[in-house]
Design a protein around this ligand. Structure first.
Ligand code: BES
Ligand code: ZN
Ligand code: ZN
Length: 482
């Protein structure tokens, strides 16, 4: 979609269609055709929407000028406009306190809401090609055009980073292999200040990544450790993201039941988020050195599969007793996290579709924020929720901390209790975080929102790109705070 700002009143702009938001169930501001809406019994409740087909006017209710209300409203408006032949639509400003952030939210709603995965099934092309913003708010105020333009640019960066992650995740496992992940990462090295190194199985062996390699063993496809680096001049901090890149998770010998196996192409969502974040931080030119480390492999079955009862040796020399080969993500991550710490991060964040337990605990809309520094978890929570992603901190305690004891190895890959599975998975990872990084590490379990089976909000069926927006927002927040 193309976006344009015109320094004119909303009424004087020529476009085929119009988008008008109704705020707080009050049919009161000047752009609203009050009679038409009253006749339709349109109340303007949040997400309530109607298309007046003769004038091509779309009305959407918003409860307030909160950013998420605006994202939902513009996505809703898009879905109604899609059914028309209008090529252009105009929209006024809904500036409230912050013209910049509100306009950004509106553009994000359009861009995220209009994403479609068309690689295997061509859909009818939408006619709508351009959105024209009037530089006039519903309450008559004007804004700074430069600021509005920068809001649009920023929104486009957030949305295209998120939509890149969606595209990666939606692609089926036979077409999106660990090698393909490496290719996709290499493409990002075209961006400013970005480089990409791809390491093969020989490297993993040399590094002693026995946990990562065990997961790969029964796969017909080789694993890859992908290391992206964005390094601007005068970077203030080094931030490292680590992503779980299971291009397929069959469960291994602890095989998943067939219905749970479907959607496991999305087990590469953490890795996909890493790709999106690197793209976003480079395009936003953020003042940090940002690394993206991806552990890419499949988890399959076969004669040489790793087994429940095996004892693996991780890169940091800790021994791991395997009790369930479906708890493979933590095995890939523990070696990648150990590798990441060699680069001395000031902040280390891993992202993974790690546990079904996280979905049970939080529902399919929310990611868990885990770690070993409650203050960092809380800070991240406060900032991440402004991005429109839903998150909640999950804390461990002295009892769950002990639940991974093994009789014969340093640690077991699953816990000895049925409960608190997302927290004990986090505890497993924390065993691979060195003392000096305990305060600097976060683990984001995105298993719930990563893949959407029933569309919600502006998320269509398929991947949502979970993890991308919240992390870019957090880095932007850190950049401003300094
Ligand atoms: N990839 C799954 C977790 C998952 C489940 C992601 C549902 C998205 C939706 C992970 O590898 C897994 O299978 N975890 C096991 C851990 C268990 C064996 C301790 C799980 O959650 O059942
Ligand atoms: Zn698994
Ligand atoms: Zn998995």
């Amino acid at each position: 979609m193309k976006y344009k700002i015109e320094n004119k009143s909303f009424a004087s702009i020529k476009a085929e269609a119009s988008v008008i938001f109704v705020i707080g169930e009050k049919l009161s501001h000047k752009w609203i055709d009050k009679n038409a809406l009253k006749n339709l019994n349109f109340k303007g409740k949040s997400e309530e929407a109607v298309l007046l087909s003769d004038k091509l006017e779309v009305y959407v209710g918003i409860a307030s000028l909160e950013h998420e209300e605006l994202r939902l409203a513009s996505a809703k408006a898009y879905s109604l406009l899609k059914s028309t032949k209008a090529k252009s639509a105009k929209i006024g400003l809904y500036t409230g306190l912050d013209a910049h952030a509100n306009t950004k939210a509106i553009v994000e709603g359009f861009e995220l809401g209009s994403y479609e995965f068309t690689r295997y099934k061509k859909s009818e092309k939408a006619s709508l090609k351009s959105i024209i913003f009037a530089n006039e708010s519903y309450d008559g105020k004007k804004s700074n055009t430069k600021e509005l333009q920068s809001a649009i640019d920023t929104a486009l960066i957030y949305a295209s980073a998120t939509n890149l992650a969606k595209e990666v995740i939606n692609t089926p496992p036979q077409d999106f292999t660990p090698l393909e992940m490496a290719k996709e990462a290499k493409k990002l090295a075209k961006l400013e200040n970005v480089t990409c190194e791809v390491h093969d199985e020989k490297f993993l062996e040399k590094e002693g990544m026995g946990a990562f390699l065990a997961v790969n063993r029964a796969s017909a496809l080789p694993p890859r450790l992908i290391h992206l680096t964005y390094k601007p001049k005068n970077a203030k901090k080094r931030i490292i993201f680590v992503g779980k890149g299971l291009t397929y998770d069959s469960g291994g010998l602890s095989l998943k039941p067939s219905t749970s196996m479907v959607t496991m192409k999305a087990d590469k969502s953490g890795a996909a988020a890493v790709l999106g974040i690197i793209k976003g931080v480079s395009e936003l030119k953020l003042p940090f050195e940002v690394h993206g480390i991806i552990g890419a492999t499949e988890n399959m079955i076969g004669g040489d599969a790793y087994k429940p009862d095996d004892v693996l040796t991780a890169r940091n020399k800790k021994t791991i007793e395997v009790h369930n080969t479906d708890a493979e993500g933590r095995l890939v991550l523990c070696d990648c996290l150990d590798y990441a710490q060699d680069f001395k991060p000031d902040l280390l964040i891993d992202m993974a579709t790690l546990t079904g337990a996280c979905v049970v605990a939080l529902g399919e809309y929310t990611s868990g924020i885990l770690g070993t520094n409650e203050k960092l978890q809380n800070d991240f929570f406060q900032v991440s929720k402004q991005s429109g992603e839903l998150t909640t901190p999950l804390y461990s305690n002295r009892y769950l901390d002990k639940a991974l004891k093994s009789e014969i190895a340093d640690i077991c890959n699953i816990s000895n209790t049925r409960y608190g599975g997302s927290i004990t998975a986090g505890v497993f990872l924390s065993n691979f975080i060195r003392k000096e990084y305990k305060d600097k590490w976060l683990h984001l379990d995105i298993a719930g929102p990563a893949f959407v089976q029933k569309p919600w909000g502006y998320n269509q069926f398929g991947a949502s790109g979970a993890g991308v927006r919240m992390n870019i927002a957090y880095l932007q927040h850190l950049a401003k705070a300094k």
